[in-house]
Design a protein around this ligand. Structure first.
Ligand code: OGA
Ligand code: NI
Length: 374
């Protein structure tokens, strides 16, 4: 990225902050009461969230809502059609009546909030730039690579597969974090499995009775698959129009299950426009990741999304990212390839992805693009 140019003529006091201050994250900056965004966070004009002075939250989108209880009942085929349409059109939908209790949801968001409120030194213990660490606290998007930083701190937990020694590396404070996160990841993994089954069925790859060994095998592989839970914290930002909580990106896996609190921030790209997702309390926002786009040979779309920040409220979200086992090669399902619909993507795996994102600034859908066949 090119160096950002400050729009204001007044001196940015906070620019005297050292690089070390930025490495401490945005919660730290917010707590130190800055009233201007340091240059490190100012995006080049063309990448800022809004042009002109209209509110950049203006255009909202009501994502298709999938009633999970209905999906499990006699109306399954109708709901599957709605699911297909949502995956093709938006790459996003919301799920209600998903069966995960509001208690579990609230306790998870709440314990994450308490983690971000811990004294900085406590959070620092988990700071790591090792992409494969079982626990990783950090700031921005890709702390080592980002030329301009994002207004976001995060806590990343590898939840599956999970050898015993991983749990002992998860934060020991707040005291209930490990149990809450373990419960939460188990519940979201079950939900992911049921959603994945529905999605395979919607692609014509799986019947609800699971008569075929082949289909059973795919689901068994997902059972062994990877899960990473990421808690994101977006503290109030003095100049939200100059920066982003997360830059435009697509998610790498099959599905992401996102829990957002009541504060708006998530935007998805639809027909060249950025639209703000209206939060539904206790619902999950589900989106198709790169692996599912590849697996479906382009039928289901992994859509760009980004995060806006605001001046008033801290926003905390919890994303659960799911895919096949880390070492598994992802490729278009042979059943979705035909003479009329030839293979559109190269094989890929997690190692290739890691290599890719650590070699460049992760921007837009560059990784997915790099896997496309012409
Ligand atoms: C993500 C993501 C959106 C949000 O974690 O990949 O897109 O609103 N999060 O936090
Ligand atoms: Ni995302």
């Amino acid at each position: 990225m090119s160096p950002a140019i400050s729009l204001t003529s007044s001196t940015r006091m906070s620019d005297s902050l050292s690089e070390i201050q930025y490495q401490k994250g945005v919660k730290h900056l917010h707590e130190n009461g800055i009233d201007k965004v340091p240059n490190k966070y100012i995006l080049p004009i063309t990448e800022r969230p809004s042009t002109g002075n209209e509110s950049h939250f203006k255009e909202n989108i009501k994502l298709p809502v999938i009633d999970f209880a209905e999906l499990q009942g006699p109306t399954r085929s109708r709901v599957l059609k709605a699911l297909t349409k949502a995956c093709e059109q938006y790459g996003f939908f919301q799920v209600v009546n998903h069966g995960i209790s509001t208690d579990i949801i609230h306790r998870m968001t709440e314990v994450c909030k308490r983690f971000f409120e811990l004294p900085f030194d406590e959070r620092l213990k988990y700071m790591s730039t090792d992409m494969k660490a079982p626990v990783r606290y950090g700031t921005s998007f890709s702390q080592n690579k980002d030329g301009v930083y994002c207004w976001r701190d995060f806590l990343k937990l590898v939840c599956h597969p999970m050898p015993d020694h991983f749990l002992s590396q998860w934060p020991s404070s707040p005291k209930d974090l490990r149990t809450q996160a373990a419960t939460y990841s188990k519940e979201t993994r079950n939900l992911f499995m049921m959603l994945m089954e529905a999605i395979l069925e919607s692609l014509g790859l799986c019947t609800s009775e699971l008569n075929f060994t082949e289909e059973k095998e795919i689901l068994e592989e997902f059972q062994e698959g990877s899960q990473i839970v990421v808690a994101n914290c977006y503290p109030p930002c003095p100049e939200p129009e100059l920066t982003l909580g997360m830059p435009p990106h697509s998610d790498y896996g099959f599905l992401t299950l996102l829990l957002q609190d009541e504060v708006k921030g998530l935007q998805i790209q639809f027909e060249e426009k950025w639209l703000t997702v209206e939060p539904i309390p206790n619902a999950f926002v589900i989106n198709i990741g790169d692996h599912l786009e590849i697996f479906s040979n382009g039928r289901y779309r992994s859509v760009l999304h980004r995060v806006l920040v605001n001046q008033e409220k801290t926003r905390v979200t919890v994303a659960s990212l799911h895919s096949l086992p880390f070492d598994r090669v992802i490729q278009p399902s042979p059943k979705l390839i035909s003479k009329n619909n030839p293979r559109r993507y190269l094989d890929t795996d997690f190692a290739t992805f890691l290599e890719y994102i650590s070699s460049c600034e992760p921007k837009t859908k560059a990784f997915l693009e790099s896997r496309k066949l012409n």
